[in-house]
Design a protein around this ligand. Sequence first.
Ligand code: ZN
Length: 434
Amino acid sequence: MIFNQLQEKIDEEQLLQLQLERLQMTLNRVYRNVAFYKQTLEREKIMPEDIRSLADLKRLPFTTRADLVAAYPYNMFAVPLRDIVRLHSTSGTVGKPIVVGYTKNDLARWTECAARVLAAADVTEHDVVQIAHHYDLSTGGFGFQQGAERIGASVTPAAAATPIEKQIIIMRDFKTTVLISTPSLALRLAHELEELKLHPEYLFLRVGVFGGEPWSEQLRVELENRLHLKAFDAYGLTEVAGPGIASECEAREGLHVNEDHFIVEIVDPATGESLEPGEQGELVFTTITKEGFPLLRYRTGDIACLIPAPCRCGRGFRRISRIVGRTDDLIFYRGKKIFPSEIETLLLSIPGLTAHYQIILERLGEEDMLELQVELPRDLLTDSLKDLELLRDRLLNKLEEELGAPVKILLVEPKALAQTGTAKINRVIDKRKG
Ligand code: ZN
């Protein structure tokens, strides 16, 4: 179903005109209200009125993750705090997170975008929607919650932290028809059902809306076969808006971007040059309706391409491909995102430890496991076994607390991690597949 026929079926000419008007409004807003953008635009000698066409967008500098971290907590806000009604943030495991703020209007638009995602996946007021994303400072749980309520579905905020056995009991007893989660949580669910020798028809699932981490077409087929549901891909990131930026329609041949709210570009990650539809590169978004936290040309680090042809569903918005990778070393682990540099900061916060480490990601059964191997400094080698165990437990507790998920810690001898012939340690070894 198309949630908002008028907007989502907009013709190209009208859409481009709407985008230009909204971009100009956004430029005026950030120039007046966000010191970072005022300085950036002045440095580039660009005034808001110089941007006269959508092609001029390319003249604007990019906004990076580092810019947003540096603005912690409120320096990128374009309205006074009294106009902000909701605050979310990225996990920012150890370092400073990115804080985003929504005005009342922002919340209403975000809710509509999330409702479009669910309507496109055929979710209706007759559905019982179980949301198994994190309900915390991140946007996943709340964004989908608002969207599902807007549609009139019955929502159960089961949350990612709820054990999988309990998720199954809720699903069965509440007659859940729609599961919203990461694909890896869905995989754990499939595994648990098999362990419990329960047929998928024991549940009432018919639709899965999965996102929050990159996943493959093979995994879609697997999840559909094992859970007896139709699986849809949804894309969002907290910095730009959370869920509702792009998602699949019934054709499931790419994700429509809500282009009346976001301008999408694909750029070469190395040169920043714009790429043509069909060419793979980094996704860049400009928000054009946000009041609280507007962003110009935000580099997401996600790799995808624009799909050149229009979609057979009749929506006027262009599509992006699945996310195929990252430009950086961001790790997706059990619904959380972590940079190795954040783990490094945590290690260095413990007296005596150094930042010689390696992260190993494995899939054990259907469960992801992160093992952090840490080299012991030479002077700690003489410590008693008990002291070393205490040190390991301290690190374990700290890391699990930050991640909200189980991890393993292995303390190894000095230089154990350096590879033969090279001093450089490969920080992340990801052995998971799909
Ligand atoms: Zn479509």
